[in-house]
Design a protein around this ligand. Structure first.
Ligand SMILES: C[S@@+](CC[C@H](N)C(=O)[O-])C[C@H]1O[C@@H](n2cnc3c(N)ncnc32)[C@H](O)[C@@H]1O
Length: 271
């Protein structure tokens, strides 16, 4: 059994990927473009999910470049692709990485290491997969900050917070780190990267909108686990009604995007 809680066999996966792509792809594309991404680059997209960002990388690097999209279960990344974009079933924790001769120009992972208890080892592997001077972009949630902005009543806001806490408890039982987003920058410094920058993206999500579709998909997929955390069917029904109610608005999960560069051979470590 995979340790990943929201595994891609769930029928809710399509809705999860749609929400992630709609809410976060424009931001992620801006962050990736800021690396200087150019035709001919060799890119690795780890845990690529539905593959939308890997496909966008493929457009940017063109047929003279290469994009490898990996996922533990790539069943949702099925669209037709040009020959320079390939999709691999691959476990980033246990399997050797496919590498171009001198390493990747760019490695990107969004919302993958958060789920992996072995995240620091995986980070080291991603750094090692870069060519000297290559860039790593990690984008992760800080799940500890998701304030309710307005709710029909105080009980609804409290229920939302209870369900989110129960979702976090489920994730943490599988080894996820809900605060990983705020720890990524420091971990990348300790992994030896340089020239780090971090940018955080968040927005308001209103009931019935695209963003809350992420919470709907997650809570539906692990409903049994939420019941085991003490939530009743009636509370779960009220939670889903709240997510469909335009009188409810919550802050999105903030996505912290960190870019760092692998030092070139002989380049001194920062003091
Ligand atoms: C929350 S989804 C994020 C998908 C995509 N990166 C995005 O942001 O839209 C996490 C993805 O990581 C994949 N994943 C989980 N564990 C993995 C592992 N050990 N190796 C590779 N992919 C993994 C899952 O299958 C899933 O597609």
């Amino acid at each position: 059994m995979t340790r990943y809680l929201f595994d891609n066999t769930g029928i809710q996966t399509e809705n999860r990927f749609q929400a992630l792509e709609a809410c976060y792809d424009p931001f992620s594309r801006r962050q990736l473009a800021r690396t200087g991404l150019a035709p001919g680059w060799r890119c690795l997209e780890v845990g690529g999910g539905g593959g939308s960002l890997g496909d966008w990388l493929g457009e940017r690097v063109g047929p003279g470049g290469e994009v490898t999209i990996t996922d533990l279960d790539p069943r949702w990344a099925t669209r037709d692709r040009p020959p320079h974009v390939r999709v691999l079933r691959h476990d980033i924790v246990t399997e050797p990485l496919p590498l171009p001769a001198d390493g990747y120009d760019l490695v990107h992972a969004r919302l993958v290491l958060l789920h992996l208890p072995e995240r620091l080892d995986v980070l080291d592997r991603l750094v090692a997969a870069l060519r000297p001077g290559g860039l790593l972009v990690l984008e992760e949630f800080d799940c500890t900050w998701q304030p309710v902005l307005t709710a029909p009543d105080a009980a609804s806001a409290a229920l939302y917070e209870r369900v989110q806490a129960a979702l976090m408890a489920q994730l943490e039982k599988r080894g996820a780190d809900g605060a990983w987003g705020r720890n990524v920058y420091g971990a990348m410094v300790r992994a030896g990267l340089t020239d780090l920058t971090a940018t955080t993206y968040a927005e308001s999500w209103t009931g019935g909108g695209t963003g809350v579709g992420l919470h709907q998909a997650n809570a539906r997929q692990v409903a049994d686990g939420l019941r085991a955390e003490g939530l009743t069917d009636s509370e779960l029904a009220r939670y889903h009604a709240l997510l469909a109610n335009p009188a409810f608005t919550v802050n999105s999960l903030p996505l912290i995007s960190v870019t760092g560069r692998r030092r070139a051979a002989g380049e001194a470590a920062a003091r």
